[in-house]
Write a protein of this length. Structure first.
Length: 239
């Protein structure tokens, strides 16, 4: 680390899990992205531990790294604004209907996810499923209740990143013997996201290359205004 770089110890609370023992990928990306100015590109190099002190460093050029001891866990860089528009903007009611249509044989890996598990009373409950009008897209509702981390009265940035994560697990990833895990996100927060209001999340596919899947999400206010957007990279586990 250069003499002018800054470092801090961060701990991701155990409640913010994706798989049972490690962090939700979007939440982890958001924690790192807090230390990047503007839109950020975050790459996850390893599953992110929960409940343990990790070392976060911000380097002179804006590059940010997250380490668990000597092991690089994640890294991030400033990024250009995203050029993404959802191919369809569902209404809140369409998003609710999509959530109720999620397939029943969901990967056990995500059964207790802080973001998308329907039974997590302390979670975001951003349950997603195929939109009736556009079944190749996902729809979900974000309605953050009490206890969700805030920043100046709006949802904390890492919560917005988390909400953009799970609905990017779009239909081409479903039904495989092995689930896919988030490998990275490029996200842009356009406006503060209000707490206590129901909002729509829509996800769509950008491209598939073997086990790699690129997808995108947008968080929409009830008037259809885009509040945040992201591009995600998922990689299906081998086997």
């Amino acid at each position: 680390m250069s003499p002018t770089a800054t470092s801090a110890s961060v701990v991701l609370g155990r409640r913010f899990n994706g798989p049972p023992a490690t962090a939700n990928g979007g939440y982890a990306c958001g924690v790192v992205a807090r230390h990047v100015d503007g839109p950020a590109q975050v790459s996850l190099r390893r599953p992110v531990p929960l409940g343990a002190p990790l070392e976060l460093e911000r380097h002179d050029d804006g590059h940010v790294t997250l380490h668990d001891g000597a092991t690089l866990i994640a890294e991030a860089d400033p990024a250009l604004p995203l050029d993404l528009e959802p191919p369809y903007r569902p209404t809140l009611e369409e998003a609710r209907e999509a959530a109720s249509a999620r397939p029943g044989d969901w990967p056990e890996t995500f059964g207790s996810c802080y973001v998308c598990a329907p039974a997590r009373r302390d979670g975001l409950r951003v349950v997603f499923g195929p939109l009736a009008a556009r079944p190749e897209l996902t729809g979900a509702v974000l309605h953050a209740g009490p206890g969700v981390p805030l920043d100046d009265g709006a949802l904390a940035p890492e919560i917005v990143w988390a909400a953009l994560d799970c609905p990017s697990y779009t239909p081409p990833l479903w039904g495989h013997a092995q689930p896919s895990l988030l490998a990275g996100m490029h996200a842009e927060l356009l406006e503060p996201v209000p707490a206590g209001e129901a909002m729509t999340v829509v996800g769509w596919t950008l491209g598939i290359d073997g086990r790699k899947h690129r997808s995108a999400t947008a968080l929409l206010a009830q008037d259809g205004r885009m509040l945040a957007r992201a591009e995600a990279l998922w990689i299906r586990l081998p086997g």
